[in-house]
Write a protein that binds this ligand. Structure first.
Ligand code: MOS
Length: 727
């Protein structure tokens, strides 16, 4: 039973009819006990029989060519087996959903930190020692390592609607501001790792990866073999945030070394290597122009940006993504410039675009409200467009106004005071808010379900990168089949299973979840046929099937395994409607007027993101995003040395993610009930990235409210704040 479904029209809300009481509940993760007991098998936990250990050697020049290596000295170190260079080795991870080999640079060096060789030894320690001591000769070239200094700028044609210039020049009130955000690191807890093992001409790769279906093609293309010769296993992944979307250089190197040496090879990146060679979020320079009438109707919106990347990388941080659909205006204009530089390449990092674009855009909205003498909440409510301002599509489901007003009420927004007028000792107190938005997608996904009696199995190559996929897929299957979730086994992260979207762009739950739903729907039809009832009347609950006055236990109806597979693809609804998650973020901060220290005191996110599949994992995602919002506003900053481009902040002591002490105890998340009928057959929308999108802006706006001073370069560090006080 194979089903191919295209999302061309709204589907019945079956998950509201099934009555098993599983969907949406805050069910614990079934994989939780394995994680806390250390028995979940993350990549680096494996040490297959006969494994050799590889450590990547990184280039120490910004651009040029490797002309020699003192292999003999390295090989003289006890336990060292080989120093491997190979034309198939890769320069950096593949971009998300590339499905083909990343750049294979040969002996060319394109950035400081680029992997240039793999030292393999009997022990990790010997390999690391030799990799660090390996003497490499280079021919060096000059290259710009910062966007400010490169002549290599690619400016895209503006994306426009209406006539921005006329609207701008005719506006009563104008805001024209420049902002900067630094590079950010995904900083997933589990460093990148790969173990490769060959059997004949097929390779099995265990690796920390988000998108197995795409990664399989990337490895095959990298090695010059067929995808059918590749199997990838990623049952547990310790966080990704985009950094594990594409096949990494450690995986290519492990596969190449394992083939050459005829034994398994394990390559685990050090944290420093992760910072050096895993895709960063681009730094941005942004200009936001907002024009409005005196009474606060926005007439002109422009958001221009400059981002960077390495030559040969197709990705450019889509900074103005949300600015293009949040508010309406008579004229809108968006122009992006991509600067080519010789530094760690850039790629998708959690909520690419919105995460940093909304910092600037929603800060500019706040300043426009100030200038108009208007409440920032009212300014937003007044300017919600009827339709997508750029392409005229209707929104599928948009509860932005409800999120704003509900959040304002819960947060006590109406008590807002004059900026810079409330203090507690040396601390100035302020509150701020921002809209949240993150566009929603459906990506082709397949899943298979097996049912024997009252036990079911879900099989898909979908990954769980810490988000709760094991939980939600069990819940969808259990709800549909009327089984307790404990009677559903979920098998993930194996490329031999039906290919799903993988985890990325917050589309995993929608896409893989819909595939599981459709496969389960097939099983329901088969169960109804066996019971002799119309599937419309079928109720499955607690292992029993009922319908048309018949009733039977699943163990009697399905004595032997039945199986169904389904594939879902986006269709006409993706053209006819625009789908996005929406929300509102609120923050309260205290700013020390002497030290410039900024403490977030409480945060509230109110979000409408379609049907919630698991209240606990959804909340956890939203909270994680909001915490990253604090990081983007106040702490996180990757720094490159402007002389050679090397990453200076190469560990979690120097790259400051918010620590527990930076996160207030009072972090509230509220989900407003929503069904997105145009998004997919389970009426869900993406969750993970909505939490971060706009969260940092609420913090930044709260700082401006507390102090009456505005920063334009983020994060706002204590010395930046002191400088603002002194200005
Ligand atoms: Mo996400 S940045 O697409 O993992």
């Amino acid at each position: 039973m194979k089903d191919h479904f295209t999302m061309d029209s709204p589907q019945p809300r079956l998950l509201d009819e099934t009555k098993q009481g599983v969907i949406g509940t805050p069910m614990d993760r079934p994989d939780g006990p394995r994680k806390v007991s250390g028995t979940a098998d993350y990549t680096a936990d494996h040490t297959p029989e006969g494994v050799a250990h590889g450590v990547l050697v990184r280039a120490t020049i910004k651009r040029g060519r490797v002309t020699g290596m003192d292999r003999d000295a390295a090989l003289a170190i006890d336990g060292v087996i080989d120093v491997i260079t190979d034309p198939r080795m890769t320069r950096n991870p593949a971009q998300g959903m590339a499905g083909e080999a990343p750049v294979q640079p040969g002996d060319a060096v394109h950035y400081h930190g680029q992997p240039i060789a793999l030292v393999v030894a009997e022990s990790f320690e010997a390999a690391r020692d030799a990799a660090q001591r390996l003497s490499v000769e280079y021919e060096t070239e000059d290259a710009a390592v910062t966007p400010e200094t490169t002549p290599d700028l690619e400016t895209a044609d503006p994306e426009t609607a209406g006539d921005f210039d006329t609207a701008w020049s005719g506006a009563d009130v104008r805001i024209d501001r420049a902002y900067t955000t630094p590079s950010q690191a995904a900083a997933a807890m589990e460093p990148h790792a790969a173990i490769a093992e060959w059997q004949g001409d097929t390779v099995t790769l265990r690796s920390a990866l988000q998108m197995v279906r795409f990664n399989k093609d990337e490895l095959a293309d990298t090695l010059g073999i067929e995808p059918s010769q590749v199997r990838i296993l990623a049952p547990f992944v310790g966080g990704g945030f985009g950094s594990k979307l594409g096949l990494g250089p450690e995986a290519a190197a492990a596969a190449i070394a394992a083939q050459k040496l005829g034994r398994p090879v394990r390559v685990v990146m050090s944290r420093q290597t992760v910072f050096d060679s895993v895709l960063r979020r681009s730094e941005t320079a942004q200009r936001v122009r907002l024009g409005a009438t005196k009474d606060g109707r926005i007439t002109a919106i422009s958001h221009d940006d400059r981002v960077s990347n390495l030559d040969g990388e197709g990705f450019a941080e889509p900074v103005s993504q949300a600015s293009q659909f949040l508010y309406g205006a008579d004229g809108l204009s968006f122009t992006q410039t991509l600067a080519r530089i010789a530094a760690t390449p850039a790629g998708s990092v959690r909520a690419p675009g919105e995460a940093v674009g909304m910092l600037a855009f929603e800060a500019a909205m706040d300043e426009l409200a100030d200038t108009l003498g208007m409440d920032p909440l009212d300014l937003r409510l007044k300017n919600l467009p009827e339709k997508h301002p750029m392409d005229g599509r209707p929104y599928s489901a948009r509860r932005l106004a409800d999120c704003l007003t509900d959040g304002a009420q819960r947060f006590g927004w109406s008590d807002r005071w004059q900026a810079g007028t409330r203090r507690e000792g040396d601390w100035l107190i302020g509150i701020g808010m921002a809209s949240a938005a993150r566009s929603n997608m459906l990506v082709r996904s397949a899943a298979r379900m097996r049912l024997t009696g009252d036990r079911a199995t879900v099989e898909t190559d979908m990954t769980d990168i810490g988000t709760g996929t094991y939980a939600i897929l069990a819940q969808v299957a259990a709800e549909m089949l009327g089984l307790p979730p404990a009677q559903v086994d979920v098998r993930l992260g194996d490329s031999d299973l039906p290919g799903a979207s993988g985890s990325g762009g917050s589309f995993g739950a929608n896409s893989a979840g819909s595939a599981v739903f459709l496969a389960a729907r097939k099983l329901r039809a088969e169960i109804a046929a066996r019971l002799g009832c119309d599937v419309e009347t079928l109720t499955l609950q607690d292992g029993r099937a009922r319908g048309d006055n018949r009733e039977a236990a699943l163990t009697d109806l399905v004595p032997e395994e039945i199986l169904a597979e389904a594939t879902i693809e986006k269709g006409e609804t993706a053209e006819s409607h625009f789908s996005s998650g929406f929300g509102a973020h609120f923050a309260e901060v205290a700013v020390n007027e002497w030290t410039g220290e900024i403490r977030v005191r409480r945060m509230l996110g109110v979000m409408a993101m379609g049907r919630i599949l698991n209240e606990k994992t959804a909340r956890s995602q939203a909270l994680g995003g909001m915490i990253w919002g604090i990081g983007a506003a106040l702490t996180e900053e990757m720094q490159n040395d402007p002389r050679d481009g090397h990453v200076v902040t190469r560990d979690l002591a120097n790259y400051h993610v918010p620590a527990h002490a930076d996160v207030p105890g009072d972090m509230q998340v509220v989900f407003l009930e929503e069904r997105d009928d145009w998004a997919n057959p389970i009426q869900t929308k993406g969750i993970g990235e909505l939490g971060i999108s706009g969260a940092g802006a609420a913090v930044i706006n709260a700082v401006a409210h507390a102090t009456g001073k505005r920063a334009y370069d983020f994060p706002i560090l204590p010395d930046d704040m002191v400088a603002l006080f002194e200005a």
